[in-house]
Design a protein around this ligand. Structure first.
Ligand SMILES: Cc1ncc(COP(=O)(O)O)c(C=O)c1O
Length: 400
């Protein structure tokens, strides 16, 4: 045991070609806003069949840019599932909007139409958008959700940070990639080191409207523009030609740019997305099969009928009363055996900041999902023998 490696729940896997891609940038003339930005954005748009892809400094920035570009601001309400990372809700607050938390299904962690209906009914007027989250990589029923959003005039932003590489097989309209925005205005991605592809920090928003893309490009760079000048006296010379140094800022923006180094790394990884996705599917199948004998004390992730998912997290649900052990004890015992696990996530509505602001909404599905779930090691560097070791150690503890 002592010399077996520790297996964290997630970690980045960089290969020689990723390192070479970064080295090339370090030897080039640009460290930011050079040729890698457009090259990465194009590769990402190609991989997801997105009309447009805008890179930025994190998945949080991606959500914030989408929120601002869609015109969501002070007083506007946005429905967000409570089972997500903080960022989905925080982006709404960063733009001055108000979050309306929706519950999720206790077994999938996904916000379904019934949860959305209930949240909308409780919110009253002022709902402007809904931000479905493809939790762990399972896919929200986007055709159904977008139909409801269209009827009510809501914008839709898919938080796809867990679902890169996932694909829908629609009943009547062929196939579609997560991020193609067929059923949404925008979709956001993160390249945080535990994600399916990594660039250290980094994000992308895909969208289908050129005007939304242009707003995001403006807002990710301080709102700086070199056209449509308001201060014509400074902007133009005596002949009416634009002065070569002149730029203007007409509204507040941010520095949400992604560096050349990060774009090169993210591009190198996204170009291999198919291979990365294939291995993640194999790992999932191995876990599913190996853990099946532990049912019903431990439930694995259910396949979704009409999708090819690429999971970001491998979550299991454990009946802790049935195994006679609480979650912290199980996590500690696995850690002693070199196996890292994690709980994702504490429902965001329970965070003190949100409780102070909105009280304590009734979210029983999320409470049940949270109470039973555990993320097992799941990353591309994990070998079959590592997976077998995790399965064996869990088996020894919960079904000795
Ligand atoms: C569902 C979800 N949304 C948003 C984010 C924010 O991404 P980032 O950490 O890159 O800001 C994350 C990742 O951490 C996430 O898991």
């Amino acid at each position: 045991m002592a010399d077996l490696p520790f297996l964290p729940y997630g970690k980045p896997v960089l290969e020689r070609d990723d390192i070479e891609a970064v080295t090339e940038v370090l030897e080039s003339d640009f460290l930011t806003m050079g040729p890698q930005v457009g090259a990465f954005e194009q590769a990402f748009a190609d991989a997801t069949s997105a009309p447009y892809a805008v890179s930025c400094s994190s998945g949080t920035a991606a959500l914030h840019l989408a929120t601002m570009a869609l015109g969501i601001g002070p007083g506007d309400k946005v429905i967000v599932p409570t089972m997500t990372f903080l960022a989905t809700a925080n982006a709404v607050r960063m733009a001055g909007g108000e979050v309306v938390f929706a519950d999720v299904d206790p077994t999938t962690g996904l916000m379904e139409l019934e949860h959305l209906e209930k949240a909308a009914a409780g919110a009253g007027s002022g709902v402007k958008a809904v931000y479905p989250v493809h939790m762990a990589g399972r896919l929200v029923d986007m055709p159904a959700l977008s139909e409801m959003a269209l009827e009510r005039g809501w914008s839709v932003v898919e938080d796809s940070c867990h679902a890169l590489g996932g694909r829908y097989r629609y009943a009547d309209s062929g196939e579609g990639w997560v991020g193609d925005c067929r059923y949404s205005d925008a979709a956001t991605f993160s390249f945080h080191p535990t994600k399916t592809i990594a660039s250290g920090e980094g994000g992308v928003t895909t969208c289908k409207d050129a005007a939304v893309r242009d707003r995001m490009l403006l807002l990710r760079n301080h709102g700086m523009t070199r056209s449509g000048f308001a201060n014509t006296e400074q902007a133009f010379d005596g002949n009416g030609d634009p002065n070569p140094w002149y730029y203007e800022m007409q509204e507040i923006g941010y520095n949400y740019r992604l560096s050349e180094i990060q774009c090169a790394l993210a591009r190198s990884q996204v170009l291999k997305l198919e291979r990365i996705a294939e291995r993640r599917r194999e790992m999932r199948a191995r876990y599913d099969e190996g853990l099946a004998p532990l049912h019903p004390k431990l439930r694995t992730i259910m396949e979704q009928g009409n999708t090819d998912t690429v999971l970001h997290l491998y979550l299991v649900h454990i009946d802790f009363p049935a195994i006679g052990m609480d979650r912290a004890t199980l996590m500690n015992r696995l850690r002693e055996r070199g196996i890292g696990t994690q709980v994702l996530y504490t429902p965001v509505a329970w965070q003190p900041y949100y409780r102070d602001r909105y009280g304590d909404p009734d979210l029983p599905g999320a409470a049940a999902f949270y109470g039973s779930s555990l993320a097992l090691p799941y990353y591309n560097g994990l070998g079959d023998d590592d997976i077998d070791r995790v399965i064996e150690e869990i088996g020894k503890i919960i079904a000795p």
